[in-house]
Design a protein around this ligand. Structure first.
Ligand code: ZN
Length: 322
């Protein structure tokens, strides 16, 4: 019962390595936000501590505790504020050095490891190279290229690709009881990220927020220099800036696809008109440059670059479509 949406190959690989007793002790799950990295990490943590023949069974005490995020041997380490810090790594190393309290394996899930400071990342190197025998470390990151190569080379890297629309739609129908049409629509908008679709089910305000963020983007594409500078100043203050940039990146990729004549591959179907309009004014190469520009800003934000300046440079680079 891995309960993972998509990523069948990854589940199969992890399952087999558990059966063979050759489970890696340092893993890196890479992929976009909401694609399912942390979910897979929790499932692996359950599997490592479950006693069933084909773990995780989803029914035993260990599986239950992991599902409720209460298993004493499974630790989640998230960025403290914007960064994951060296003190957090030191504390984790101390905990990992102790024998498990009730399970077989201590499992540490270090999420969004691209946010780790250089000191924190360097401090973890030794543990990744030689983890205590009863410890497994699972790092997650949106992109392996954002990590130090010395970190990546010590991990078994599993790159999770965006999940196909139909797979997400089916999971929403069968696991969440969502009506077929709604499931299909959400799956399309999710852009390959089942986690996003699941979050929308719990909070439909997210759907409205997405609409407002795309409205703003469509305005900015047609706007002049001063309006863009003004927007950069406002956007820099948002604490969900990384999510916003990810959303905009998908929209620009849609423009690129439309400019190449592949309208049927557009993700933001509800925005097909605006996407097609933009593609009428801009070339595929210009759209591709915008996609890369967004990725660059996302990477730079993690390095504490001045957000307003990075946004200004990015917005001013966009060709004006009007
Ligand atoms: Zn179990």
């Amino acid at each position: 019962m891995w309960q993972i949406i998509g990523h069948e190959w990854a589940v199969e690989l992890l399952r087999r390595s558990l059966v063979n007793g050759r489970s890696a002790q340092a893993l890196l799950f890479a992929g976009p936000d909401g694609v399912g990295k942390t979910r897979l990490a929790w499932a692996l943590a359950a599997a490592l501590n479950c006693d069933a023949n084909d773990p995780p069974c989803g029914r035993c005490r260990a599986c239950g505790l992991v599902a409720r995020r209460q298993h004493p041997d499974v630790l989640l380490v998230e960025p403290d504020g914007a960064r994951l810090k060296i003190d957090q790594v030191r504390e984790l190393q101390h905990t990992l050095s102790l024998s498990p309290v009730m399970g077989r394996q201590r499992v540490a899930i270090l999420s969004q490891f691209e946010s780790a400071t250089r000191e924190a990342a360097n401090a973890l190197l030794k543990t990744l190279e030689e983890p205590p025998p009863h410890a497994t470390l699972v790092l997650t990151a949106s992109d392996a290229e954002l990590l130090l190569p010395t970190i990546v080379s010590r991990c078994r890297v599993m790159a999770l690709r965006p999940v196909p629309v139909d797979t997400i739609a089916e999971a929403l129908r069968t696991q969440k009881g969502v009506a077929a049409e709604q499931a299909q629509m959400l799956a399309r908008l999710a852009g390959g990220r089942p986690g996003w679709a699941l979050r929308v089910l719990e909070d439909d305000g997210l759907l409205a927020a997405r609409g407002a963020d795309l409205d703003l983007l469509e305005e900015l594409v047609q706007a002049g220099r001063w309006e863009r500078l003004d927007a950069a100043e406002r956007l820099a203050k948002r604490d969900d800036l990384v999510d916003l940039l990810a959303l905009w990146q998908v929209w620009w990729r849609d423009v690129q696809l439309a400019a190449l004549g592949c309208r049927d591959l557009i993700v933001n179907l509800d925005r097909a008109d605006a996407v097609t309009r933009a593609a009428g004014h801009l070339s595929a190469a210009e759209a591709a440059r915008a996609v890369r520009g967004l990725a660059r800003v996302r990477a730079r934000l993690l390095r504490n670059v001045n957000a307003r300046l990075a946004l200004e440079a990015m917005l001013l680079q966009w060709q004006r479509a009007h």
